[in-house]
Design a protein around this ligand. Structure first.
Ligand SMILES: Nc1ncnc2c1ncn2[C@@H]1O[C@H](COP(=O)(O)OP(=O)(O)O)[C@@H](O)[C@H]1O
Ligand SMILES: [Mg+2]
Length: 268
């Protein structure tokens, strides 16, 4: 069973708008449209959904998708409880009933037979059929289906079905502009503007590399990890080596190249 988390309306999650994504999300939400968030890992998609759920005052139900995820994991199943079988709602059903924002993170990881259940929910019908119960639920007002995926990081096989995609509004994400990313980094890692700027310059250099044998480039998330290490007193070079170069590659040649770049960009 996968984890579903319910977000409480405590404080507004910190999110710096990069583009017009908040406006688009709000418009789509108001019109009951489903939303597709596309972008590389660690660029702020999850944080964005958390911030929007708070702004729109909706509960948030998050499901991290993986290839063992079944329809029952999403919609629910009968479970034995003290000799009786009892229906237990899955996270999707819960979200449909309570009018929550349901966020399916990395949806392409889920098998196609699992995502079929999303079709009548994603379009104008806004319905969830619960075959095991023989009923169909109408989504409560405020329900919104949001799915995310990383377009650069998937096999053609795992591509979303066209019929699913065409039922969604797409918002494209990328890493923020340097000034914005520096600000995020300074706030999230609690480091100086100068240190943040240094890390961002290094990340920009990695992102400019082509055919460097990297599956992923340095994300905002790994920069924050490096920043947190710097806050503990580690040098920028050591922080970048452990939090950026290490996680990005296992290949000795590629790592060597990254270390060279660290020497250029981050040696004080
Ligand atoms: N625009 C942003 N505003 C505030 N924080 C951000 C922003 N973009 C990225 N972050 C930071 O980067 C981290 C990783 O982002 P996350 O939302 O987990 O990425 P994704 O879901 O795209 O993989 C977040 O925890 C947050 O600290
Ligand atoms: Mg995420």
């Amino acid at each position: 069973m996968d984890t579903a988390t319910n977000q409480k309306h405590d404080s507004q999650p910190y999110y710096v708008a990069v583009n017009d994504e908040e406006k688009i999300f709000t418009a789509a939400f108001n019109q009951g449209l489903s939303i597709l968030l596309k972008g590389p890992t660690g660029c702020g998609k999850t944080r964005f959904v958390e911030a929007m759920a708070h702004k729109l005052r909706r509960p948030l139900v998050t499901v991290s998708c993986h290839d063992d995820l079944t329809t029952a994991d999403l919609v629910g199943r009968f479970l034995l409880n003290g000799g009786k079988t009892e229906w237990v709602d899955g996270p999707l059903t819960k979200a449909v009933r309570e009018g929550a924002i349901c966020y399916l993170d990395e949806v392409v990881e889920a098998r196609k037979d699992t995502t079929v259940v999303l079709h009548p929910l994603a379009d104008y019908r806004r319905q969830l059929p619960l075959e095991r119960l023989g009923i169909t639920l109408d989504a409560a007002p405020g329900f919104c289906l949001v799915v995310s995926y990383n377009p650069g990081y998937q096999s053609v096989l795992k591509d979303l079905k066209d019929s699913t995609r065409q039922r969604m509004v797409a918002i494209e994400f990328d890493f923020p502009a340097p000034e914005v990313e520096e600000r995020i980094l300074a706030v999230e890692a609690g480091i100086s503007a100068a240190d943040a700027a240094k890390l961002v310059r290094f990340a920009q250099a990695i992102r400019r590399l082509e055919n460097a044998g990297l599956r992923e480039v340095a994300s905002t998330r790994v920069l924050i990890a490096a920043g947190l290490l710097m806050r503990e007193g580690l040098s920028a070079a050591v922080a970048a080596k452990t939090a950026i170069a290490g996680p990005l590659s296992d290949d000795a040649q590629v790592t060597k190249g990254l270390i060279k770049m660290i020497e250029v960009y981050l040696n004080d």
